[in-house]
Ligand binder design. Structure first.
Ligand code: FES
Length: 112
């Protein structure tokens, strides 16, 4: 289990942006949901392991650049109906924002 947490300045993640951060050997994708809450997940699409950090936002959902699958704030697939996407979800990690910093905890079990 990875044990290295990471953080970045809040200003580095404006609404609508998707970015990658490294936490030890684990690469994370960060975005803000429709309410502006910072979210963090492993930077891999569960469809074909494409980096989600190359993706974009669609109506507050993180969207994979390869085939357009969308994931909501809890990491669950939420895009257009696709039988092969049933039950797909991202490996989420706890992110909290405080004093101008977004802190991501990967020390515990993934959330979501
Ligand atoms: S690899 Fe992400 S939707 Fe296909």
């Amino acid at each position: 289990m990875p044990t290295q947490n990471t953080s970045l300045p809040s200003d580095d993640l404006p609404p609508g942006m998707v970015c990658a951060v490294q936490a030890g050997e684990l690469r994370l994708v960060l975005w803000r949901d429709a309410d502006g809450v910072a979210r963090a997940a492993e930077d891999l699409c569960p469809h074909r392991n494409v980096r989600l950090s190359g993706g974009y936002m669609t109506d507050g959902n993180l969207t994979c650049p390869a085939h357009g699958w969308e994931f909501g704030p809890d990491g669950n697939f939420t895009g257009s109906p696709d039988p092969s996407a049933e039950g797909m979800c991202l490996k989420m990690f706890a992110a909290r924002e405080e004093n101008g910093q977004i802190m991501i905890s990967i020390a515990g079990p993934a959330v979501g």
